[in-house]
Design a protein around this ligand. Sequence first.
Ligand SMILES: [Zn+2]
Length: 97
Amino acid sequence: MPYTLIKNFAELLIIIFITTIIVYTPELFPRCAFCGHTKARWAFSLHTHTSLSLSRTGNKSVCKKCCFNENITTISDLDKKKEIKSRVKYKTKYTLR
Ligand SMILES: [Zn+2]
């Protein structure tokens, strides 16, 4: 009897551990919205929640390197820079020969 109890407890602990990893991975290893790289949390200076989604789509984060290189201090700066980047990409793709 104690063996099955210990086995059930171990299974419960493993399930809780895996669930915790799945739920907290987007918080511990977010993806940069500017360069698209996945890094550890301490490499980010901006990190906010934009929706109730538990995945990486619910967060908006910018790494320290992109903040330093592109002079991003707020999330609205990020939106502006992304818009500018996409417009430049579109123009260079369709107007230059
Ligand atoms: Zn980045």
